[in-house]
Design a protein around this ligand. Structure first.
Ligand code: DCP
Length: 220
């Protein structure tokens, strides 16, 4: 395995997309490369914060738990951004950026989080950006149709997501589109590679293989 110099930064790639867009499948595809450090979303931590299932609480009563949940997401995502690796490439499932730009924003729009609570999250976010190294080299946007991800979500039947509606996925889709496709809202921390993630699991690995050199920062 090739290693990077002790103080240099790995080529950092964020994998973004709607709920059910196939981020895990994407990460699994790249897990086979020994030069790649794959950081899955810390969902187990969200399910067990000192014994509390924050993800479960969130969907039980979204208004009551949005702030608590997103505060913890922000901390766990920061830990992922700062995690050191000797690998030359680091692949992260989601980021502190999508937490703030997609999820907190959606909660704000829906009045699920007070403007005061959102301001606190934002203050933390701004401080983190200014005082830590969140540098990213590439964003992979797994672009999907809301109906496709809704069907996948129903099929996977994750206990906490039973109350997630097609409307919610449509709205989240729109925010991802505005941020990563139309590029009309917020900042973009890196260039975006858009992939068609509507494709079926049986063919999607072939699609991902085509983009391996770009994602792994290898010259063609
Ligand atoms: N979530 C949230 N706020 C965040 C990040 C995630 O409310 N800042 C929620 C949405 C989902 C769950 O956490 O219910 C996991 O969402 P992701 O879209 O990040 O991960 P998936 O497991 O759905 O990814 P995929 O199916 O693409 O592999």
């Amino acid at each position: 395995m090739s290693q990077i110099e002790p103080n240099s930064r790995p080529f950092t790639v964020l994998v973004e997309g709607n709920i059910g867009s196939g981020k895990t499948t994407f990460l699994n595809h790249f897990n086979k490369f020994e030069d790649v450090c794959v950081l899955a979303e810390p969902i187990d931590m969200w399910r067990n914060c000192k014994g509390h299932n924050l993800l479960g609480l969130l969907y039980e009563d979204i208004k009551k738990w949005s702030f608590t949940f997103q505060s913890y997401v922000q901390l766990t995502m920061l830990q992922q951004h700062l995690r050191k690796t000797a690998c030359p490439v680091k692949l992260m499932e989601r980021s502190i950026y999508s937490a703030r730009i997609c999820f907190v924003e959606k909660m704000k729009q829906d009045n699920l989080i007070s403007h005061a609570a959102a301001a606190v999250i934002d203050k933390h976010f701004q401080w983190i950006k200014e005082n830590t190294d969140l540098k990213v080299d590439l964003i992979v946007y797994l672009r999907t149709d809301p109906q496709t991800v809704y069907d996948r979500m129903i099929k996977r039947n994750r206990e906490e997501e039973k109350t997630v509606s097609l409307d919610y996925l449509q709205a989240l889709h729109q925010i991802h589109e505005d941020w990563l496709y139309h590029k009309t809202i917020f900042e973009l921390p890196a260039e975006v590679l858009v992939l068609n993630a509507n494709l079926d699991k049986s063919v999607i690995n072939e699609e991902y293989s085509k983009f391996e050199p770009l994602i792994l920062n290898k010259k063609l």
